[in-house]
Ligand binder design. Structure first.
Ligand SMILES: Cc1cc2nc3c(=O)[nH]c(=O)nc-3n(C[C@H](O)[C@H](O)[C@H](O)COP(=O)(O)O)c2cc1C
Length: 373
């Protein structure tokens, strides 16, 4: 396990840069690393401006950086450059502060006109501090990072893939291995063509290592979008044994040995299967894989004796909503309402004509009668 320090150069309390760093942090934590956040905005301003490295808070931040195995430095673009706050903080570091440490530069900005600020404004400063190496940086357009008041973050797929690539490059450095990681898999890019000659379907148990990319990415994605505590607190709402045959199973699609999509089935009631954990690798979207996966899940549900399917998704999963509508599922909510007002998005589908859909919302469980004396 390595320790990675994240440094956010935004002076704002509620910030896109902080949110993007929290997402990167989750990816690093799910991969097994410890992450410590340094926020220069919380350091004493007078000490920073005076370059007072003896100030206890500044000195502690500098020590944290020097002890790191890897660093992620992020800044908003301010007037075509890094924030003054970040520059003042970096100027407080000793000249070889990053010697022998891989550093990942990230920037957020409001305009693509400044996409190269990562390379012309941030990279040279990190190089001057002896970062080795400075990894390929990423610029995230602020409109590609939709923030919610509770701290949730919905990343545009372009930003999500860019940040995944960047984080994987840092993980590869930390773990002393070539770049492809559990998230990156083969690193191949496919054209958006539905045909996939090497595609294979497998029914797998919940502890099968081939599920690792699916579970890891779902944990990162859910915890980022819904701002839950730590990623490891997720995917526990139903017992994992629900996904073991004969009650249920995971179904995965592999392409040339790489898990590219997957989902799970569990018994909802005597005739209904519930679909959960639907996932397509972010590097394999727009190939029709999710539609193919849903067809396989329905086929397997039928083989397990189910007559209908029930599933739910959340308000911050627009791609899932589109998928289920396109796959012929009936929405059990008012599609004209804003997703956040709907909350839980339930869908249903008959596998056997006339089977009907499950009762939704479920009838309230009657409260027990108060005890009488
Ligand atoms: C003072 C100031 C200057 C900015 N200058 C630029 C700029 O030159 N180019 C750009 O793309 N965005 C610029 N922006 C937009 C921010 O970079 C963008 O909104 C960023 O995501 C803010 O990050 P934060 O919420 O973490 O502070 C500027 C914002 C502010 C407040």
């Amino acid at each position: 396990m390595s320790t990675v320090v994240t440094v956010s150069g935004s002076p704002a309390e509620d910030s896109t840069t902080h949110a993007v760093l929290r997402h990167v942090r989750r990816r690093l934590e799910v991969a097994g690393h410890r992450v410590v956040a340094v926020r220069p905005r919380n350091l004493p301003a007078a000490a920073l401006l005076a370059g007072d490295v003896d100030d206890p808070a500044v000195a502690a931040a500098v020590r944290t950086i020097r002890a790191a195995d890897g660093v992620v430095v992020a800044s908003p673009v301010f007037n075509a450059s890094i924030s003054g706050l970040l520059k003042v903080f970096l100027d407080a570091l000793p000249q070889r502060a990053f010697a022998g440490t891989p550093v990942l530069p990230l920037m957020t900005g409001g305009s693509l006109a400044h996409v190269l600020a990562v390379d012309h404004a941030l990279r040279p400063v990190l190089q001057a501090l002896s970062a080795a190496p400075v990894l390929a940086g990423r610029f995230v357009l602020s409109e590609h990072a939709r923030r919610y008041p509770d701290g949730g973050l919905l990343l545009d797929p372009v930003a999500a893939v860019g940040l995944a690539d960047a984080t994987d490059a840092l993980l590869a450095q930390l773990e002393h291995r070539p770049v492809p990681h559990l998230f990156a898999a083969s690193g191949r890019r496919f054209s958006p063509v539905a045909g996939a000659p090497d595609l294979t379907v497998h029914l797998v148990a919940p502890d099968d290592p081939r599920l690792h990319p699916l579970l890891a990415e779902l944990m990162v994605e859910y915890s980022t979008r819904y701002a839950t505590g730590g990623p490891h607190e997720l995917l526990t709402e139903v017992p994992v044994t629900d996904f073991e045959l004969p009650s249920g199973t995971f179904v995965i699609l592999q392409d040339g040995g790489e898990t590219v999509a997957g989902g799970a089935l569990r018994r909802y009631d005597a005739t209904t299967a519930e679909v959960k954990r639907v996932w397509t690798s972010m590097r394999h979207r727009r190939r029709g894989l999710a539609g193919r996966l849903m067809a396989e899940l329905e086929r397997v549900a039928g083989e397990l004796g189910h007559e209908r399917i029930h599933l739910t998704t959340g308000p911050r999963q627009p791609e899932a909503r589109r998928l289920y509508l396109a796959a012929g599922y009936t929405p059990r909510f008012d599609t004209a309402l804003a997703p956040e007002l709907v909350g839980v998005h339930a869908f249903g589908k008959e596998l056997v004509p006339g089977a009907g859909l499950v009762e939704w919302p479920p009838a309230a469980v009657p409260l027990p009668e108060p005890a009488t004396r």
